[in-house]
Design a protein around this ligand. Structure first.
Ligand code: AMP
Ligand code: MG
Length: 714
């Protein structure tokens, strides 16, 4: 990339500041994480050394002085002894023992507040707790020094935020000719650093999710909902009331339910991710597909092959007639006109042809569609091209009245023109050759029947497929009653809408579903229900209990009781903001540690169904090998004006139909309030609407995620 400016790799040193890691280096993971970040920069960096010191000002300073005194280069080149960059990790918080910034800043000859700003700005996009880090940056002798937070994730994010700028800073600090470095202006520098300048950044709204999100890398698409101003990480509401003594990445972010409602968070502490970021978390943390052997029958519908499949046999396995008629031996001149004796019969029944005499020129054999040709036969004449000339009566056991059966004796062939060899004959393997690839790894078996037909035709009875996850569906809430409970509702009761809906949706996508019932809003009950569920299923889908109420227990139960990791707990979208995705470590039946997935969807029925399609489905697809995962996406034209949400991209439930001339037009299903289950009625698509102050006009084009088949206008 910038090989013109950095012919030799720059040298970096890592200082881990942690009293715990100083006692037991095995507890440290920041070193590996940071080395990876350097490694990703295409050989620009060489990590020269890493050291661990306790949270102790003197020890921190001693090591930094040692590294920064190794060379005082000012000769214009990158002196090979110079450590170009020192990154420290740890000790940047507010705890009494945190003193890295103080230790470092006392040593700096030059301050670099711009780098500090860059790191903080990037982390604040992830969490307001970035404010709890107090980084410093600057130069001592020829070495740039920056202090990173202690959590490996935070340290990585901070370093990634500035790493592209660091070669330039380090070259200058090490004494490179500044005028030469700056020749060509900022644009050239940006190009060399592989960064974009301000203003040109303009991320579009995150409509580009759905397909292909699987390989999104982290870091580049933050703020994928650019242009939607007001959501975000609490820059409107402060966090002053929140008493936390740790950084969120070190501990559960959820409420401790035992502290009661007055101690809960008043704003969600989970960073708000864009939809594409959320999808990339799902892609990253969904367990890899497992391979199982499956019988070839209708249970295979929807499965994805984990192997290439070769034809075990030829189709057809023998030379077969395509028509009902007469097998013949075509003479050299191709003239088949005349009257011929019928010497034998071949039916499409097993063994029929086995003892057939060899057919000779001048003889013909009656044959049915699909039956084997007698040996020696070269073609088949259709029965329509013949007339019966004479018959015989033969006594057979079939003849019930004892009169015997009339058999054909002679038949006249009327073929006016030349008959060619091979006419009306399917040669061995002419449909499928033995050993031929009939289906590839990754192919999905459809319900249309083509794939099962192929497997059946060539005698493949079992195939390796990706195991489809078993899904459990659980409703939560003290107010929820079974949808079919007889009698009127009492005040406050709500019929369970989500469970029957999600069970149906997941089954329709081809997954085995277990009905997990309704869990009450009690921490113990919920924990026990989830533990039970995780024993039976691979993916648990819950609804309700992820809002900000004191009875919203899903997140604390997953984090605190089950030891799970919440990968996201808030998404910038409408509906579905509190959608939560977590993985929980569990021992499987063989005692192996595996990871199981929990999707905690919002309780409002429209939100639950939208987020099922948007988030759960891609995860289920990925686990079962379906690629690309998630709903298919097509461009559609709006059939009328659509008003937009000001701050969040919206997944508008709509009916998309195709007109006679092939245009796809979308109309709304009506009111889009997240509790309005009717907004899903008839909907076959989710329109990916951007956010904005003005309505989108009739005729505008948007992307639609197709949940069901297209309607026809015709
Ligand atoms: P919650 O997040 O638990 O506060 O739920 C949000 C809203 O969705 C509340 O009005 C709940 O009553 C409603 N809700 C939760 N679960 C269901 C369900 N299974 N069926 C219908 N409504 C539900
Ligand atoms: Mg609830």
């Amino acid at each position: 990339m910038s090989s013109s400016t950095t012919p030799v790799a720059l040298k970096a040193a890592i200082l881990i500041v942690s009293t715990t890691a100083a006692q037991d280096p095995a507890t440290d993971s920041a070193d590996v994480t940071l080395r990876q970040v350097f490694d990703e920069q295409q050989a620009q960096w060489e990590v020269h050394e890493s050291k661990i010191v306790p949270d102790d000002v003197v020890q921190i300073q001693k090591q930094i002085i040692h590294w920064t005194n190794q060379a005082t280069a000012a000769n214009g080149d990158n002196n090979t002894n110079t450590i170009n960059l020192i990154v420290t990790t740890g000790g940047t918080g507010f705890a009494v023992s945190d003193q890295t910034p103080e230790a470092v800043s006392a040593l700096l000859h030059k301050n670099a507040p711009g780098l500090v700003h860059g790191m903080l700005a990037a982390s604040l996009q992830v969490t307001p707790f970035a404010m709890m880090s107090r980084p410093v940056a600057g130069v001592r002798n020829g070495t740039v020094i920056i202090t990173l937070p202690g959590s490996p994730k935070g340290a990585k994010e901070n370093l990634q935020a500035v790493i592209k700028m660091l070669p330039h800073a380090c070259m200058q600090a090490a004494g490179a000719n500044s005028r030469a470095l700056h020749k060509g202006g900022v644009k050239k520098l940006e190009q060399e650093a592989g960064v974009e300048g301000g203003g040109g950044r303009g991320h579009g709204h995150g409509q580009g999710h759905g397909h292909g999100h699987k390989h999104h890398d982290h870091g580049e698409h933050r703020g994928g909902e650019g242009g939607c101003g007001a959501h975000g990480h609490g820059h409107k509401h402060g966090h002053a009331g929140l008493v936390r003594h740790t950084t969120p990445s070190e501990n559960p972010k959820s409420n401790d339910p035992s502290l009661g409602p007055s101690r809960r968070h008043r704003e969600s502490p989970y960073p708000m991710l864009s939809v594409s970021e959320a999808l990339s978390q799902i892609a990253q943390h969904t367990p890899i597909p497992q391979i199982v052997t499956s019988k070839v029958d209708s249970s295979l519908i929807g499965a994805v092959l984990a192997q290439d499949v070769l034809a075990r046999e030829n189709v057809p396995a023998f030379r077969a007639s395509i028509v009902d008629g007469y097998a013949v031996v075509v003479p050299q001149d191709g003239n088949m006109r005349g009257v011929f004796p019928v010497v034998s019969v071949s039916h499409a029944a097993p063994g029929d042809g086995e003892n057939m005499p060899t057919l000779k020129e001048g003889e013909i054999a009656r044959i049915t569609t699909g039956a084997p040709l007698p040996p020696g036969a070269t073609s088949v004449i259709m029965v329509e091209d013949t007339v019966l000339v004479s018959t015989t009566t033969s006594k057979t056991e079939d003849a019930e009245d004892g009169k015997g059966v009339e058999e054909e004796k002679e038949v006249e062939i009327l073929a006016a023109d030349k008959v060619r060899e091979g006419e009306n004959v399917r040669e061995v393997g002419s449909d499928i050759k033995q050993g031929q690839l009939i289906l590839g790894k990754g192919d999905q078996v459809s319900a249309v029947g083509g794939e099962i037909g192929l497997l059946a035709a060539v005698g493949v009875g079992e195939v390796q497929v990706y195991r489809r996850p078993v899904v459990g569906v659980l409703s939560t809430g003290d107010e929820i009653v079974d949808h079919d409970r007889p009698g009127d509702l009492r005040l406050g009761e709500v019929r369970d809408t989500n469970r029957p809906t999600l069970i149906s949706a997941a089954r329709d996508w081809g997954y085995e579903v277990i009905d997990l019932g309704v869990a009450r809003d009690k921490a113990g009950t919920l924990e026990e229900t989830l533990r039970q569920a995780l024993r039976q299923v691979d993916v648990v889908i819950t609804t309700g209990g992820v809002s900000m109420g004191e009875l919203d227990l899903l997140k604390p139960t997953i984090e605190r009781s089950l030891g799970g990791t919440i990968h996201f707990g808030r998404v910038a979208m409408k509906p579905g903001k509190p959608t939560t995705f977590a993985t929980v470590p569990v021992k499987d039946n063989d005692g192996e540690r595996v990871s199981k997935v929990i999707f905690s969807l919002p309780g409002n029925p429209a939100s639950a169904l939208v987020t099922f399609h948007l988030f759960v489905l891609p995860s289920l697809h990925q686990m079962s090998g379906v690629s690309p995962p998630g709903l298919p996406k097509v461009p559609v034209t709006l059939g009328h004006d659509f008003s937009l949400d000001r701050s969040r991209p919206e997944y508008h439930r709509a009916i998309v139909s195709v007109s006679r001339d092939g245009v796809l037009t979308a109309v709304s299903t009506g009111g889009q309030r997240s509790s309005r289950v009717g907004s899903m009625k008839g909907a076959n698509a989710l329109l990916c609407m951007p956010c904005g102050p003005e309505p989108l006009r009739k005729g505008a084009k948007v992307e639609a995620l197709l949940m069901g088949g297209l309607r026809s206008d015709v």
